[in-house]
Design a protein around this ligand. Structure first.
Ligand code: ZN
Length: 275
């Protein structure tokens, strides 16, 4: 996390991140307000492109929003099976976990709501799904998508967002101009040993605003990329019937929700299907 969130990798630097506190011991600690911090943009060449850095920030944000039953935040975003992290209970919202039943000494793989496993049917009654049925539902959705052929491609193309709209671009350049001015003013005040706290606050606010705009934009570009991938996939496979494949599912499926009588399969493109 330290590396992923360190702005030095995109060529910006936060000065005074650590300060020496013990004069004799030369002990350095994280600067938590002992000294003013000053954030310098483009202070050296970027190691990681800004866009990639922002995509990572977006992914960190997405993962921090994944919660499972009882406020627990489990490590469910990377997993052995493609469906482990993305199959949810339509009843209580918890995740579905792969487990097995022993039937006459033979293992049968099934998927069950974690709340139901851990707290019993009084808390969540949602059903146990046989693995074959779950995989079948996902493949029915994928094959329906392929059967949609060119019409499906057209629908997807309509979902592609305009990225860095003129307004966003304009807003960002306005903020950049303001920032440049305010940073100059701040240095002037600092050199005259005058109080510059209010200016530093304004600068922080402007940066937050710009960061929000950039992250929104990066997230739209990511979505577009996923839509493009799905279009490409349909073009290559239209009218074919595919078999279950973990790799394929990881690539194009966003989320599966289990209900009493049906499944909802969401693709990484905004398209949802009831199966
Ligand atoms: Zn449940």
């Amino acid at each position: 996390m330290k590396i992923l969130q360190n702005e030095k990798y995109i060529g910006d630097a936060l000065l005074q991140k650590t300060v020496t506190v013990g004069f004799l011991t030369k002990k350095r600690v994280k600067n938590e307000g002992h000294l003013p911090q000053y954030y310098v943009e483009n202070s050296h060449e970027a190691i990681i492109p800004k866009e990639l850095f922002l995509q990572v920030q977006e992914e960190i944000h997405r993962r921090s929003n994944i919660h499972t039953g009882e406020g627990k935040n489990k490590r469910i975003y990377s997993s052995k099976y493609a469906l482990s992290a993305i199959t949810f209970c339509g009843d209580c919202g918890d995740i579905y976990r792969r487990t097995y039943w022993n039937i006459h000494g033979r293992k049968e793989f099934v998927w069950r709501c974690v709340t139901r496993i851990e707290q019993g049917p009084e808390v969540c009654k949602n059903r146990t799904v046989k693995e074959d049925e779950l995989y079948g539902a996902v493949m029915t959705a994928i094959n329906k998508l392929l059967a949609g052929g060119n019409n499906m491609i057209k629908t997807l193309e309509e979902n592609i967002h305009a990225v860095i709209g003129e307004t966003t671009e304009y807003q960002i350049s306005e903020i950049n101009n303001l920032l440049e001015e305010k940073q100059k003013d701040l240095i002037k005040l600092a050199n005259k040993s005058q109080d510059y706290e209010h200016l530093a606050d304004e600068i922080d606010e402007l940066r937050d605003k710009r960061q929000t705009l950039l992250v929104e934009d990066a997230s739209l570009s990511c979505e577009n990329e996923r839509i493009d991938e799905l279009i490409e996939f349909i073009r290559k496979n239209k009218f074919r019937t595919l078999e279950y494949d973990d790799k394929l599912v990881r690539k194009i499926i966003q989320r599966v929700t289990v209900y009493e009588e049906h499944f909802v399969i969401a693709f990484k493109s905004g398209i949802e299907m009831e199966i």
